[in-house]
Design a protein around this ligand. Structure first.
Ligand code: IFM
Length: 444
């Protein structure tokens, strides 16, 4: 393998999530989710946007899968909407919901694309929220029951499962900062939510393995950046090394070492998760892989004597105001290799960029910056593999422009442009670039 070529069998994927693309919010028995409620609450989402229609993928899934096939992707990461399967979160199953995902899987397999299913990408049934949502530890059981139903129904054809997407966001954006559904601002509840998401992950893994009719692999997806020094100074280097990375600290030690980070607990004062006997064993059960969502590093400065995050005055930033810096991806991959003792295969389950795309007079989208972002991050991934990281696949975020949560439709991440008025799709130049990368199995 040269430095730019990927191993044989490396998976080239794209990623999406149910609420961000499906639409059909009230169709075929789907129940209400916390994101339906949140987006319909005035002032919560830019322009009052909602996922009611989104990319209308619920109806256009065949076309979207054909688009993926034309790009040559070998894997697709998508999420199942809990309220399509169990409209009130627990109890009776909505067969039409199962049937939809069953059709998606059949279509994927016919196109030669391997499904990676995320069971929770933020659309919690509203009835479960009314029962305390993620702050209620019973959610571990509710989630495990739901996961078993899906694994039993689809596990004959899908073998790769991700329990939760970015539980840090569920916990802190949803329950501490209140900028995501359900929009609560209570740090103590957020800390307990961390623990409950971890419990749900452990219980979910058990349930999926027990219910799947075929052997399967189960993991979780965590969003992680990397603390890089703001300057070359020794003081900044030390400050960056010592700065807390909240996602890493809250989730990696419990899952891979069976305990919470001493540092977080000692800094947390009275804000501690309530842990019951047996919890940590459940949480730290074997993972078949770990999914990493990487977008950007954090720059740490020691100026003024206190380590703090700063902007990089020389950096390039995306429309999310996230710095473009592939070195952070390389470093976090190496760090994860070390912490998992090289024994847990890794997937990059999301990586991508939002830019202000325009359709040019020639009818194309010349998004050179997105293609350059991809090239830089794929080079970093390739370097990490050369340095011994067991990286098995890369899922670009995202296949389609879609509903970017509280920012509504104002940020476009897609390799494929979506005209939200007509639902027309148009492969951007970055999509063509990705197609060529896949064909070469190398960064080009
Ligand atoms: O759109 C989100 C996705 O749902 C989760 N990871 C980050 C993406 C970009 O913000």
């Amino acid at each position: 393998m040269t430095n730019r070529t990927f191993p044989q069998g490396f998976l080239w994927g794209t990623a999406t999530a149910s609420y961000q693309i499906e639409g059909a919010a009230r169709e075929d028995g789907r129940g209400e989710s916390i994101w339906d409620r949140f987006s319909q609450t005035p002032g919560k989402v830019v322009n009052g946007d909602t996922g009611d229609v989104a990319c209308d993928h619920y109806h256009l899934y065949k076309q979207d899968i054909q688009l993926m096939k034309s790009l040559g992707v070998s894997a697709y990461r998508f999420s199942v909407a809990w309220p399509r399967i169990l409209p009130t979160g627990t109890g009776s199953v909505n067969q039409k919901g199962i049937d939809f995902y069953s059709r998606v899987i059949d279509e994927l397999l016919a196109a030669g694309i391997r499904p990676f299913i995320t069971l929770y990408h933020w659309d919690l049934p509203i009835e479960l929220h009314d029962r305390g949502g993620w702050t209620n530890r019973d959610i571990a059981g509710w989630f495990a029951d739901y996961a078993a139903i899906v694994a039993r129904a689809l596990g004959d054809r899908a073998q790769d499962w991700i329990t939760l997407n970015e539980p840090w966001c569920t916990s802190f954006l949803g329950y501490d900062m209140g900028v995501h559904a359900p929009g609560i601002c209570n740090h103590h509840l957020a800390v307990q939510t961390v623990h409950n998401t971890l419990l749900a992950h452990g219980a979910g893994m058990q349930a999926i393995r027990a219910a799947s009719p075929t052997p399967c692999r189960v993991g979780i997806t965590l969003n992680m950046g990397y603390n890089l020094p703001a300057t070359d100074s020794e003081a900044d280097r030390i400050a960056a090394e010592n700065a807390v990375d909240s996602v890493y600290e809250w989730f990696v030690p419990p899952i891979f070492a069976g305990h919470y980070s001493e540092r977080l607990l000692s800094e947390g004062g009275e804000q501690q998760p309530v842990v019951q006997p047996g919890d940590m064993a459940l949480i730290s059960a074997r993972n078949d892989f770990l999914g990493l969502n990487y977008y950007s590093p954090t720059r740490i400065s020691s100026a003024g004597g206190v380590a703090h995050a700063v902007r990089n005055p020389n950096g390039e930033y995306t429309e999310m105001d996230w710095e473009v810096e592939p070195e952070g991806l390389y470093r976090i991959l190496l760090k994860l290799k070390k912490v998992t003792k090289g024994q847990v295969p890794l997937y990059i389950t999301e990586n991508g960029s939002a830019f202000l795309d325009e359709v040019a007079p020639d009818g194309a989208v010349h998004d050179e910056r997105r293609a350059a972002y991809l090239r830089g991050h794929l080079s970093a991934a390739s370097r990490a593999i050369t340095d011994g990281v067991d990286l098995r696949g890369y899922f670009e975020w995202s296949l389609l422009d879609n509903f970017e949560w509280a920012l509504g439709y104002t940020r476009r991440f897609g390799l494929v442009r979506v005209n939200f008025a007509t639902q027309e799709r148009l492969i951007k130049d970055s999509g063509h670039y990705y197609r060529d990368v896949i064909a070469a199995n190398a960064v080009i």
